[in-house]
Design a protein around this ligand. Structure first.
Ligand code: PA5
Length: 425
């Protein structure tokens, strides 16, 4: 399934020195006594999730897949990154699914918004608007524009049936509107923050709409929850990974570069950047999370990683079997000189690129953590999501930081609201 390989960290990680602290933090997470303890709902969610709502998610997905050409998912940050990462990872970027999924409400770009709205004019589309607060500007503005278009196309009644709102169970403008207009609603639990919410309706509805098996995804999460509920750093890979990050942070590394080897996993890097960046980047502390997709980015950032300032280590999420594969064909003329690769699968070529890069970077003094995933199906992805969430909580607590708030995100919003003349700012 998932295997943590720490044989390329250059220096061995002194797990022994972490053992007692990790035990203490493990207890603190499970007993919910640490900083931000009212946001630990995700720890047991894989078994505690609302089964009635889960069935409704599957029904809604069936309805959307049957009756619409496009699902527009309107949400930003934790309210879309996980769903997008999952759908792209599981389906690839150019799958042949009949339902197209468009991510919207994650930008204030007038060009992007206008182009998507124009594209949707002749499409039969449904909307899944996702916002815990119900007031996020990017999402609210996009939703208002989408709704206007939908109502113009199909009328108010049909529009209400095509809108699915994922939001707080009781509070916020979106919940109020959903109740008044009769949209079907799904709940973002009070005790699960945005960046830990991919395993709730936030992620599950879009993922199910993409035709993915959310039962398997939750099973993977559940197995990870059970396997990783273990205080022993010597046998818990999630805590080994957290301690390794902490060790690098304390040994002059400032950047964790997440690496994947196929473009369909690029968004996993985006999800990881938010998970670790928002969880740890506070009080003047934290590793800066960045991400690259190899081999593409070996031709841009590869030079810096190999020979630039030694500020970073890499964490490679290495999927060992691709979704699809093909073979390099024979060419009689061999003008491109590629016949030495003839008959080789592209996955084998990519594998050698991974091995060659790993050796080059480690030889260049860049430590590498490698997380092998046998194949990225729903089960393993659920496992992986939970693995990283558990690691992240441990890692942030090792830094003595609240992993579950994001006070810094509010500052730009206040300035923007003031500049835009929002009442009360
Ligand atoms: O992780 C977080 O909490 C944030 O990224 C939020 O998910 C993001 O700001 C969107 O917030 P909301 O769901 O309230 O619209």
């Amino acid at each position: 399934m998932i295997k943590l390989d720490l044989s390329n960290t250059i220096n061995p990680i002194p797990f022994k020195s972490y053992a007692e602290e990790v035990k203490k933090i493990h207890k603190m997470i499970n007993e919910k006594t640490g900083l931000g303890n009212d946001f630990l709902g995700w720890t047991t969610w894989p078994k505690d999730y609302d089964k009635e709502e889960f069935a409704r998610i599957k029904e809604a997905a069936k309805n959307i897949r049957k009756n619409y050409d496009v699902l527009v998912v309107a949400g930003i940050g934790g309210s879309y990154l996980g769903a997008r990462a999952a759908i792209e990872a599981l389906k690839g970027l150019y799958g042949d699914d009949k339902l197209e999924i468009i991510f919207f409400g994650n930008t204030l770009s007038p060009t992007y918004i206008k182009q998507v709205l124009t594209y949707l004019e002749n499409k039969k589309f449904a909307i899944n608007v996702i916002s815990k607060s119900g007031t996020t500007t990017e999402t609210s503005v996009a939703f208002r524009l989408l709704k206007e278009l939908l109502i113009k196309k199909v009328g108010k009644e049909a529009a209400s049936k095509a809108i699915f709102a994922t939001t707080d169970k009781a509070r916020g403008a979106l919940k109020k509107e959903a109740d008044e207009e009769g949209y079907e609603t799904f709940v973002i639990p009070d005790d699960i923050g945005g960046r830990y919410s991919v395993i709730t309706a936030v992620g599950l509805l879009p993922i199910a709409c993409a035709g993915c098996d959310i039962d398997q995804l939750m099973k993977g999460c559940r197995d990870a929850m059970n396997d990783l509920n273990n205080e022993d750093i010597f046998t818990n890979p999630a805590y080994q990974y957290a301690a390794t990050r902490d060790y690098f942070y304390n040994n002059n590394k400032q950047v964790e570069m997440f690496v994947t080897y196929e473009p369909q996993y690029t968004q996993i890097g985006e999800w990881l950047k938010q998970l670790f960046g928002e969880s740890e980047g506070k009080d003047g502390k934290g590793l800066l999370p960045d991400s690259v997709t190899f081999t593409t980015d070996l031709h841009s950032l590869g030079q810096f990683i190999q020979e630039g300032s030694h500020v970073l280590f890499e964490t490679v999420v290495k999927v060992d079997s691709p979704l699809l594969d093909l073979t390099v064909p024979h060419d009689e003329d061999n003008l491109d000189g590629l016949n030495y690769l003839e008959g080789k699968k592209l996955s084998e070529v990519n594998e050698q690129a991974f091995l060659g890069t790993l050796k080059a970077h480690v030889d260049g003094g860049v430590p590498n953590i490698v997380l092998h995933v046998e194949k990225l199906d729903e089960y393993n992805l659920g496992y992986l999501f939970y693995f990283f969430m558990r690691s992240c909580a441990m890692s942030a607590y090792l830094l003595k930081i609240n992993p579950f708030n994001q006070p810094g995100v509010e500052i730009y919003k206040k300035n923007m609201f003031h500049l835009l003349g929002k009442p009360g700012y």
